[in-house]
Design a protein around this ligand. Sequence first.
Ligand code: AMP
Ligand code: GLY
Length: 427
Amino acid sequence: MGSGGREHALAWRLVQSGGVKAYAAPGNPGIASVATCLPVAPTDATALASIAADLRIDLTVVGPEAPLAAGLADVFAARGLRVFGPTAAAAQIEASKVFAKSLMRRWQIPTADFEVFDGAEEALAYLRRARGPVVVKADGLAAGKGVVVAHTVDEAETAVADLMVRRVHGPAGARVVIEECLQGEEASVLALVCGERVWPLVPARDYKRAGDGDCGSNTGGMGAIAPAPMADGVHQQIAEMLERVAAGMVREGRPYAGVLYAGIMVTADGPKVLEFNCRFGDPEAQVILPLLEGDLTGAMLDTLEARRPSLRWRDAAAACVVLASGGYPGSYHTGCVINGLASPPADALVFHAGTATRDGQLITAGGRVLNVVGLGPTLDQARERAYAGVSRITFDGMQYRTDIGGRSQATDRRTAVLVSEEAQSHA
Ligand code: AMP
Ligand code: GLY
């Protein structure tokens, strides 16, 4: 279920399992090459359950969070249909930041210090007392736009007023979390989960800012890499955090099933959880799934039976570059003709996100349009192959980041410190 690049990667990988025939609701032109697309919105759970029953679907895989938060897995389960994705009660881990933060507090999962506010007055009073930069978060789902990293008190006050008074994200802003701003490098660690059992996938990293060097506005994600070097050395600690949270959810009567995504900040005090998501990341799925060897459908079915899935990883790296419409994440045009997709280079994959067809031509139909994924023995080679693929594709206004998988500024800073220490020891 779904229509983005994540769902194209999922569908592409699921049909590689022997004997799988796939349907997508609603899908996109890329997904149409591997699955039969059905024109039904992923939020219409009742209609979808009837279709799944009629088609005798063995396994339903849900891409986005909204249908899960709205209870699609519950509706399917009530009709005896198997779903890879959590119930509405368990999806609260993404749908309510207040729930997620208090869950972490109850089960001692390292996270940023925080307070919850139900009214703008108290939130603003708190900001006047707070020291240092803070992050203001809407409690509810806001399509990734409900988080403001505020560098000044002014910015934080504006964020509170936008969320709680002007209600720019509607009821999602009725409550807010204000938390300490963490410093470090981010990683996305996803795991297959059934009840207390947790099987982590290869760690990934996404690039959330629109511009090179992590400048500009937050987006849904402008690229991703896997494996993520920033998780080296702390992967086991993060896996234990996921195990604690899964066990906590069982104890609290909301057992989790599906893929659980932890957004992590690797700080000087160790890894801390920024957020949980109740689904695969987009574009993290586009780099994780091509590195998985073997049978994804079987791995999901095993997970749902609480049997250890067979997860073998290619000894390789993947880099994904998102091609976006000019102006994204602000306003942008759609309907531009896309050229150059006929001949992707070897070792590159193209997943469709916001595309459509018009008179037999492929056109743009969203903010994030295409995902070009390069695979190679090293991250450098994966990146080169991704950008070689990008260079063949054109559409009016096309924009993308040129530094996906390149050296981060943090790495440059560390190198600079090492160099100056070396310079001193020679002096
Ligand atoms: P979230 O939706 O909670 O993951 O927040 C979106 C993005 O905001 C994260 O990926 C981080 O880049 C940033 N962010 C969220 N919380 C914090 C925090 N406590 N400190 C620093 N950055 C944060
Ligand atoms: N790439 C971030 C997310 O899927 O939430």
